[in-house]
Write a protein of this length. Structure first.
Lengths: 97, 488
């Protein structure tokens, strides 16, 4: 497989904007890396079987849903660049007409 | 007595016997840091006053913990409450966490002293610490060379006597490769053995925190403290944690170990190869039964890793958007532009490269061919390990294909990724793996060997490593930073 990588599309999906120089460098590097990982095609695997890896061998435990003290909002928001009245503040998403 | 060249175990004994105070230890290490940091740059943050205050309060305690007064350096992607944790990224340059990682709490409960936060490749992405957004760290064995990565700061600090032990994180070899480059013992524990709560996520199914130390006993000591269940991380196993230091000294009756076929070692540094075979001979002399083994899917492990890790990273790093985590680009006219400008300015080149690669592998039309295929290849690799561990107790490999390389030597990302060729398999399979130094190259650079075992067999790994340590007698004190300065 020789994939065409639409770098602008991938950047849009990743919320990244590359400079001209970065595009010049990263574009060919991405193709080189993808061609390199294409080595996996040599392995005979049946994708439809869906046998994939699970990171832990035990079933994840459940606990009682007891209410415990949690991080105070002031501390949780302390690193936010802009906040107001106990909430994070971001540019407007909707215009009010 | 030069306190900075003693092992953590020895320091612990001296404090316990009241022959030295925690304050004396911390003062000696802070002095050493002051003398050497201009050459090494192992630390992003040194905690001088705070470390001294902790030492004073430890000295006042009647019942001291198991790590009383031991200065431990912590990789700067492990959260420390109230202490800046940057991940060596502009994105988190001013981030001060509101809580500490479980491993940090566990160390401090046993009276260890966090002496500083160490440099890394940004968000743990790299094998040389050249990808730190702030500055590179130098290898104390040769200042012209990299200390390895991504836990390069943690490795350089311990090797140069700036900390008695350190914590790193290992996603594809980030504890073991720098430990090998700096002549240390480094462990990546079994996935789920150590809590990841408070470790800034890179690739969640691969990440594990592990200790870097000068001796095997020190490593066993730290692992025992940081391992074990954690109500904050449901992926941690509730299996009891053995007393690794006691276990380590027990007999290991005729261990069976597999070694790699010669063709797998094609292209690696000849001195690394020689040291590998020499160590195998030493083991054989001790009564170990060695057998050559073929791992056909191993040659696909790196490709598999470099799809899975970036895919998970692209998802984990989507949280850095200028809303919650300290950095926001000053110029934007709407929300979307704020995200774009913040992420484009806040992330370095390697992080962008991996986010893009992961986004591509997970994107519509490519998911089946890339991510899913890699997930299935991972299963095949695991099955090979399962089969192997029915026949042998250990698998031995070199840790890295070469000793520490020069700064700027690997500008091509694929060439850099090849540094992880022997280490990624343990992360993909979730098994424990330890590196220990077994020799020096002709240029005086440390060379490591990697010991892998089946799930939760850390005790067996420590036993074999302890045995080997006594036979190999690697001398960390051969490192002479003053002499090395002349190379710069």
């Amino acid at each position: 497989m020789n994939p065409k990588i639409d770098l602008d599309h991938v950047c849009a999906l990743a919320n990244l904007r590359l400079t001209k120089n970065e595009k010049k460098l990263l574009g060919p590097q991405m193709i080189k890396i993808v061609n390199w990982v294409n080595k996996l095609e040599e392995l005979e695997m049946d994708v439809s079987k869906g046998e994939v890896y699970s990171s832990v061998s035990f079933s994840l435990p459940f606990r009682e849903d007891n209410i415990k003290p949690s991080l105070p909002a002031r501390e949780a928001l302390a690193n936010s660049p802009e906040k107001s009245e106990g909430l994070v503040k971001v540019p407007k998403v909707f215009e009010v007409k | 007595m030069n306190l900075t060249s003693l092992s953590a175990t020895k320091l612990r004994t001296l404090v316990k016997k009241k022959e030295i105070k925690a304050q004396e230890i911390i003062l000696a290490y802070l002095k050493r840091i002051k003398e050497q940091e201009k050459d090494l740059s192992a630390f992003i943050t040194v905690l001088g006053e705070k470390a001294l205050a902790s030492a004073k309060s430890i000295d006042r305690k009647r019942d001291k913990g198991k790590l009383a007064g031991i200065p431990v350096a912590v990789k700067d992607n492990i959260l420390t409450k109230g202490i800046r944790t940057t991940c060596a990224s502009k994105m988190l340059e001013k981030y001060v966490p509101p809580y500490s990682a479980t491993v940090v709490n566990k160390l401090e409960e046993e009276d260890a002293v966090v002496i500083g936060k160490t440099n890394l490749d940004e968000f743990g992405m790299g094998s040389s610490t050249e990808n730190s957004a702030f500055f590179p760290t130098r290898n104390p064995w040769d200042l012209r060379r990299v200390p390895g990565g991504s836990s390069g700061g943690s490795a350089a600090a311990v090797a140069a006597g700036e900390a008695a032990a350190s914590l790193g994180s290992d996603t594809g070899g980030s504890v073991r490769q720098p430990a090998a480059f700096c002549g240390l013992v480094g462990l990546k524990p079994t996935y789920s053995r150590v809590s990841r709560y408070g470790l800034v996520a890179f690739a969640s199914s691969l990440d594990q925190i592990g200790p870097l130390t000068r001796t095997v006993a020190d490593n066993a000591l730290l692992t025992q403290i940081i391992a074990g269940s954690d109500p904050q991380d449901s992926t941690v196993s509730s299996q009891p944690v053995p007393d690794y230091r006691k276990e380590m000294r027990r007999e290991l009756p005729s261990p069976k170990a597999a070694y790699l076929k010669d063709k797998v070692l094609d292209g690696i540094d000849p001195e690394v190869k020689d040291n590998y075979y020499r160590t195998l001979s030493v083991l054989e002399e001790t009564g170990a039964e060695l057998r050559e083994m073929d791992f056909p899917s191993w040659e696909y492990a790196l490709a598999c890793y470099y799809l899975i890790a970036p895919s998970e990273a692209s998802s984990n790093l989507s949280r850095y958007d200028g809303v919650r985590y300290s950095f926001r680009h000053p110029r934007y006219s709407n929300l979307k532009e704020m995200y774009l400008n913040t992420r484009s300015e806040g992330f370095g080149r390697e992080v962008k490269r991996r986010i893009l690669l992961g986004t591509f592998a997970l994107s519509s039309g490519y998911y089946d061919d890339y991510y899913l295929k890699a997930a299935q290849a991972r299963k095949l690799i695991c099955q090979e390990f399962e089969k192997a561990f029915k026949k042998v107790d250990f698998i031995l490999t070199p840790t890295a294909p070469e000793p520490a390389f020069l700064f700027g030597e690997k500008e091509d990302p694929v060439a850099m990724y090849l540094s992880d060729i022997f280490t990624v398999t343990a992360n993909l399979a979730g098994i424990p793996a330890l590196t220990m130094p077994v020799g020096l190259s002709q240029k005086g650079l440390p060379i490591g060997i990697q010991i892998m075992a089946s799930f939760f067999q850390e005790s067996c790994i420590f036993k074999l490593a302890f045995l080997l340590e006594k036979k190999v007698k690697f001398d960390n004190n051969k490192l002479n930073l003053r002499k090395r300065r002349s190379h710069v």
